[in-house]
Write a protein that binds this ligand. Structure first.
Ligand code: CMX
Length: 140
């Protein structure tokens, strides 16, 4: 029997120097920004762009200190993280910790759109920063 998929691709995070310029070029592709939101805790302003069944999340750093500012300084603009949606983020973090996988966050933080987010260290994921994301349940 086919196992039920307990996670799905939510978005791809792209670090950009200037959100306005980045939006212009992504909109030139025929995509449309759905929302722009500052996530102070992560020191970023995000622009969400639906693209088929996933989203692109453009990320502009707030200030010079946060993870996106540091990433751009070291590597330049480009793909910053992949976000995977899970039904119960704390349970997934506990499982990963038990398996000895290096986490950035052992408990979730607040992300865009009232989501809960937590990161797995890129060194544990073959050089890719993975974000786990649990969305607020809608239409209860
Ligand atoms: N993708 C792949 N590798 C990355 C990376 C990324 N996004 N960010 C850092 N790295 C690598 C670096 O290249 C470096 O590797 P080397 O040692 O081989 O050079 C290593 O990880 C350490 O990087 P660093 O620049 O010294 O940075 P820190 O150790 O201070 O921090 C990390 C790295 C992942 C712990 C930090 O960026 C972090 O906490 N990230 C999670 C939070 C985040 O990124 N928030 C922004 C998005 C928020 C949102 O989506 O709302």
């Amino acid at each position: 029997m086919k196992e039920q998929n307990s996670c799905e691709l939510e978005h791809i995070g792209i670090a950009v120097k200037n959100l306005k310029d980045a939006i212009k070029v992504y909109e030139a592709l025929g995509l449309k920004v759905e929302s722009i939101e500052a996530v102070e805790e992560q020191k970023v302003t995000t622009a969400f762009i639906p693209c088929g069944s996933v989203n692109l999340e453009l990320l502009e750093a707030i200030g010079n200190e946060g993870p996106v500012a540091k990433f751009i300084e070291k590597k330049g603009e480009g793909i910053h993280h992949i976000s995977i949606r899970v039904p119960d983020i704390q349970a997934r973090l506990n499982e990963l910790k038990e398996k000895g996988i290096r986490l950035v966050d052992e408990t979730p933080r607040k992300g865009a759109h009232n989501s809960k987010i937590a990161f797995i260290h890129p060194k544990a994921m073959k050089g890719v920063l993975i974000e786990l994301c649990e969305k607020e349940v809608e239409d209860q």
